[in-house]
Design a binder for this molecule. Structure first.
Ligand SMILES: NS(=O)(=O)c1ccc(C(=O)NCc2ccc(F)cc2F)cc1
Length: 262
C-alpha cells in the first residue's frame, strides 16, 4: 500500500466508504514493534506547560468527544522530546472500543488497549493557526497515552460527569479549569516517536507522534460512560453508540520508530 499513489483507508462506519489519501507513505496509527524501535540518545524529556485556565469547552464532534483549549496564546505548550519548536495545545480526545478488549489506535507488539488519549498540539513557532499547521510536515505533535481498565482515575471524573450533557453529535457545553497534565502518566520520559498522520480525515501527514510507554488507569465504569455517547445527532431516528472510533493500522513503509529509553 506504500508504493501505490493512493492509500485507501478502510471502509469504516465513521466514514461510510473508502477515502483516497494522496501520498500515504506515513499514515497512522501503526503497531509499534518494540524490539525494532531504535534508541535515540538525542531525544529529550517532554516539557509540558499546561494552564487549566485555557480550558474552554467539551463537545461531541460525531467521531469522538473533544476538550478544547484556547490556543490564541502560548499558555499551554509542549516542547522538548523529539521536537525542535514550541507547540500549542489545542485539544485532547480519545478513541475506544465497544468492549475492553480493544479500542486503542496504536498497539505495542500487537497488544491492544481499551482506549487511547490524544493530546493535540500545533507548531506555534512556525505557524499562526492550527488550520495552517495541519497541512505542514512539521505542523503537529500528538501525545498518545494508552488507557487500561483498573482503578478509578480521579482527575478523569470531572470529564466523565460532563459527558451525558454532550450525548449527541454537535452538542457542546462549557468546560473550564481542567488540567490535562493529570491525564499524563507519572513517567513521561519513556516514549516512542515517529512521523505519521492524523488518524481521521483529512489524514494529513503532519504529525510527530509521541506515544507514552506508561499507560494510565481508568475504571470500567468510567470507560462505560464513554460508550454512552452517540455518533448521531438528536434529530436522527436511529441512535448509534459511539464505540470503535479507531482507525485500522497502516503500513510502516520503512519508517523507523525511535525510543527515548532502552
Ligand atoms: N486522532 S488524531 O490525534 O490523529 C487527530 C487530531 C486532530 C484532528 C483534527 O483536528 N481534525 C479536524 C480538522 C480541523 C481543521 C483542519 F484544518 C484540519 C482538521 F483535521 C483529527 C485527528
Amino acid at each position: 500500500a506504500c508504493s501505490s499513489k493512493y492509500v485507501l483507508s478502510q471502509m469504516h462506519p465513521m466514514w461510510q466508504g473508502p477515502l483516497a489519501v494522496p501520498g500515504g507513505d506515513r499514515q497512522s496509527p501503526i503497531d509499534i514493534v518494540v524490539r525494532k524501535s531504535v534508541l535515540d540518545t538525542e531525544l529529550k524529556p517532554l516539557l509540558t506547560k499546561y494552564d487549566p485556565q485555557t480550558c474552554q469547552q467539551i463537545w461531541n464532534n460525531g467521531y469522538s468527544f473533544l476538550v478544547e483549549y484556547d490556543d490564541t496564546t502560548d499558555k499551554s505548550t509542549l516542547k522538548g522530546g523529539p521536537l525542535q519548536d514550541k507547540f500549542r495545545l489545542c485539544q485532547f480526545h480519545f478513541h475506544w472500543g465497544e468492549s475492553n478488549a480493544w479500542g486503542s489506535e496504536h498497539t505495542l507488539d500487537r497488544r491492544l488497549f481499551p482506549a487511547e488519549l490524544h493530546l493535540v498540539h500545533w507548531n506555534s513557532d512556525k505557524y499562526s493557526l492550527f488550520e495552517e499547521a495541519v497541512m505542514e510536515e512539521n505542523g503537529l505533535a500528538v501525545i498518545g497515552v494508552f488507557l487500561k481498565v483498573g482503578k478509578r482515575h480521579e482527575g478523569l471524573q470531572k470529564l466523565v460527569d460532563a459527558l451525558p450533557a454532550i450525548r449527541h453529535k454537535d452538542s457542546v457545553v462549557e468546560f473550564t479549569r481542567f488540567d490535562p497534565a493529570c491525564l499524563l502518566p507519572t513517567n513521561t520520559n519513556d516514549y516512542w516517536t515517529y512521523h505519521g498522520s492524523l488518524t481521521t480525515p483529512p489524514l494529513t501527514e503532519s504529525v510527530s507522534w509521541i506515544v507514552m510507554k506508561q499507560h494510565i488507569e481508568v475504571s470500567h465504569d468510567q470507560l462505560a460512560v464513554f460508550r454512552s455517547l452517540l455518533f448521531t445527532s438528536a434529530e436522527e431516528e436511529v441512535q448509534k453508540s459511539m464505540v470503535n472510533n479507531f482507525r485500522v493500522q497502516q503500513p510502516l513503509c520503512g519508517r523507523t520508530v525511535r525510543s527515548s529509553f532502552s
